[in-house]
Design a protein around this ligand. Sequence first.
Ligand SMILES: Nc1ncnc2c1ncn2[C@@H]1O[C@H](COP(=O)(O)OP(=O)(O)OP(=O)(O)O)[C@@H](O)[C@H]1O
Ligand SMILES: [Mg+2]
Length: 338
Amino acid sequence: MILRSFREGTSMTAVIEARGLVKHYGDVVALDGFDLSVEKGTVVGLLGPNGAGKTTVVSILTTLLIPDRGTATVDGLDVFTSAHDVRSRIGLSGQYAAVDEHLTGFENLDMIGRLYHLGKAKARTRSRELLEQFDLVESGDRPVKTYSGGMRRRLDLAGALVAQPPILFLDEPTTGLDPRSRIQLWEVIRNLVTQGTTLLLTTQYLEEADQLADDIIVIDHGREIAHGTSDELKTQVGGERIAITVRAGTDLGSAAALLRPHANDEIHIDKRSRSLSAPITGGAATLTAVIRSFDTAKIEIRDVGIRRPTLDDVFLALTGHTSDYGDSGEHDETQETR
Ligand SMILES: Nc1ncnc2c1ncn2[C@@H]1O[C@H](COP(=O)(O)OP(=O)(O)OP(=O)(O)O)[C@@H](O)[C@H]1O
Ligand SMILES: [Mg+2]
C-alpha cells in the first residue's frame, strides 16, 4: 500500500520477481497476494513477525514450494518451469541449518563444492576460505554434531556461499547468533553486495533490516503492509517524537496525562524502562513546554529528547501493536489512545 509507486516501472531489471503469490495450508492463509521485486545488486529485507509468511516466500522463490497462485522469476527464469536452472544460480540458507551432523565443517563445505562441480582443488580452497571467513577454522575438522547452534548456523551460511552464487536467499540469517557473529555476518553480506550479489533477506530484527536492506517490505498475515527504504518508512510514520524517561516510582498514568495535550497521536509507554514517547510537532518549543509541565507537576524527568522514528515506531503505526521481535529489549509495552 505504501510507496508502491516508487517500485513501479522497475521490473525490467529485477533479478528476483514475484507477482500475486497466494498460498493456503488448509484454512491458514500463508500468502495472500504477495508481490516482490529485487533489483540486481541490491538487498531487499522482508521484515515481519512469526507466521507472517517470510519462509513461505523464500521457499517458493527457491523452487522448494509451489504456490496456489501467482508467478515468480529468478534471473529471468520461471521458478516453476525452470526450477533446475534457477537452482544453479542461487544460494539458500534456510531458517533451520541444513548441515550433515556426521561430517566435519570442512567436509560439509567440500561436499557442497563437489556437488556444484567446483573441482577437487577449488572446492578445498573455497571451503578453507569460508571456514576462515565464518570464524570456524578451529572447529573445521570436528564433526558438526559437536557444534553449538550458532556454529551450525554459520556453517550453513558458509554453505550457501560455496559456489559464489550471484543471487542469495537468506532466511533469518542471524537468528541465534551472538552480537559479534551477527556483526561479522553483516560485514560478509555487505562485501558480497559490493561485489554485485543480489540478496533477499528475511529478518525479525528491525535493526538488521535498517543496517542491510536497500528496500524493506514489511509483511504481516501474508500481505505487504508497507514498503520503502528505512528512511522512507520512518518519514511515512511522521516526523519527530518526544521520548521521556521518568524516575522510578512515578505514576506513568499521570505522566501520560501531562504529555497528552502535546501528543499528535498515541502515547507509547514502556513500563519497564519507565519511558513514554509520542509524535509531536513544534520541536524545541514543544519540548520546553512538556518539561515545564512535568516540572510544575513535580514529576522528575531522568532523560528527555526529540528523536526521529525508529522502525519499531513504523511497525507500531502500521499494525497498531508493537513488534514482538524482541531485539529492542522492550517488553511490557502498552499504548494509550488519546
Ligand atoms: N507446512 C505447513 N503446514 C501448515 N501451515 C504452514 C506450513 N508452513 C507454514 N504454515 C503456516 O503459514 C503461515 C506462514 O508461515 P511462514 O513459515 O511462512 O512464516 P514466517 O514469517 O517465516 O514465520 P517465522 O518468523 O516464525 O519463521 C503460518 O501461519 C504458518 O503456520
Ligand atoms: Mg520463517
